[in-house]
Design a protein around this ligand. Structure first.
Ligand code: CTP
Length: 400
């Protein structure tokens, strides 16, 4: 059981923190909720108190004999603030201590996660961005807001990620991840691309995107700024900028554009090698036989290697089966040389029932490096493989 302080600042997204509180307490954590006075305008103290099973205070003048303004922060294993408003970020960045929550932030020596939510203009304002940069430079994990519907009819960047995703971030922070990717920008591609034949049909593959999403989640948990170029049908991970694509050509354009300024790019997507020469504007009618002419798609990884900036680390994936010409690793080594990337994550895929790869939640791989080394990652969760990949990437990044 961990001791978690859930800070709640005064934003409409406070209602999502109720669900986060539920998830944290149901999974056995001891949660103390510290709302700001403004937060109670949105969700009242009885809600926080009933769900946490504890009294709720906002100021330092209640139960003074317990010295809560020092004790809560000192004893916490995690402080997570959701939503963190522009005002809360400013007060935290400047070390103000004018209510209980800001006192907790000053006394906490555990991981601190702030999940901002506000209107796009407020988030983008240089004052807010400077406060976020200051907080991050001190090791605070500031979750990137999601893009989507805001309070009214407007939409943009500034949404609080969903409680499920925030719960995931909180759990990762509790596991004491190193922030070794802080200040790094990483781009990850995920999912199988779809090549449309007509408005209804496409050529696709079995990739679920789960490994790419695991890479995105773990990189964000280690402090990276993450762009996920995705053709998968999975919910957005918290703190990750998601760019949705469908076809290999769309993925190509997004990854090459985002990759220009990246410290590392991981190509976990199963990019279709071919696309139909022609995409019909209307649904194709049935004929006795059908021949579809295909043309090769550009190789994104090879183009990334060609435009690589100094110090950038490039990672490819190779799902192999082994055949008469060689086993899985022989094909892997040849592919690493052909593509010219720094690391190639090689995993064996097989028929239905095979434990690794595609739709499952587990994976095992050998990561081949351009320096000739090979690193075996035993069968485990896709998150564990993702962390192993980031360990190897972090070791190759130039001093930041
Ligand atoms: N890849 C890419 N662009 C493509 C095809 C693949 O960037 N058009 C990337 C994949 O994302 C992966 C790596 O290249 O990281 C290897 O993909 P794979 O399909 O195994 O490679 P291919 O070059 O297509 O080789 P094969 O002949 O085995 O299909």
């Amino acid at each position: 059981m961990s001791r978690v302080v859930l800070g709640v600042a005064g934003g409409i997204a406070a209602y999502k923190a109720v669900e986060l509180l539920r998830r944290l307490t149901e999974s056995g954590h001891d949660v103390t909720v510290v709302p700001t006075r403004a937060a109670l305008e949105f969700v009242g103290a009885p809600t926080w108190s009933a769900l946490s099973g504890k009294p709720v205070r906002t100021d330092v003048w209640t139960d003074v004999h317990e010295v809560p303004h020092v004790r809560l922060g000192q004893e916490a294993d995690l402080v997570v603030v959701a939503p963190a408003t522009a005002d809360l970020l400013a007060r935290a960045a400047h070390g103000l201590a004018d209510d209980l929550l800001t006192n907790v932030l000053l006394t906490a020596r555990c991981p601190v996660v702030l999940a901002p939510a506000m209107h796009t203009e407020m988030w983008e304002h240089p004052a807010t961005q400077a406060n976020v940069a200051t907080l991050r430079s001190r090791g605070v994990q500031v979750v990137e807001p999601a893009v989507g519907r805001l309070t009214g009819k407007d939409s943009g960047k500034g949404r609080l990620p969903d409680p499920e995703a925030l719960y995931d971030v909180a759990n990762r922070a509790l596991s004491g991840r190193p922030q070794d990717l802080a200040g790094r920008r990483v781009v990850i591609s995920a999912g199988g691309t779809r090549e449309h034949l007509d408005p209804v049909r496409f050529l696709g593959n079995r990739s679920s995107g789960k490994q790419g999403y695991a890479l995105a989640r773990t990189a964000a948990a280690r402090g990276a700024e993450v762009v996920l170029v995705s053709s998968a049908q999975l919910p957005d991970p918290a703190g990750v900028t998601v760019r949705r694509v469908t076809s290999a050509l769309e993925l190509h354009d997004a990854v090459l554009a985002e990759g220009k300024a990246a410290d590392a790019v991981v190509m976990a997507a199963a990019v279709a090698d071919y696309r139909p020469v022609e995409r019909l504007a209307t649904k194709r009618k049935k004929t006795d036989t059908l021949t579809v002419e295909l043309v090769q798609n550009p190789d994104v990884l090879v183009e990334l290697v060609a435009q690589r900036k100094p110090g950038q680390v490039l990672v490819g994936f190779a799902a192999e089966t082994g055949d008469a010409d060689g086993d899985v690793l022989t094909h892997g080594r040849a592919k690493l040389a052909r593509k010219g990337c720094d690391l190639l994550v090689v995993n064996e895929v097989g028929e239905a029932g095979h434990p690794t790869g595609f739709e499952g939640d587990v994976n095992a791989a050998t990561v081949l490096a351009a320096d000739g080394s090979a690193h075996d990652v035993p069968l485990g969760s896709k998150d564990a493989l993702a962390d192993a990949v980031w360990d190897l990437v972090a070791a190759r990044l130039p001093e930041g």
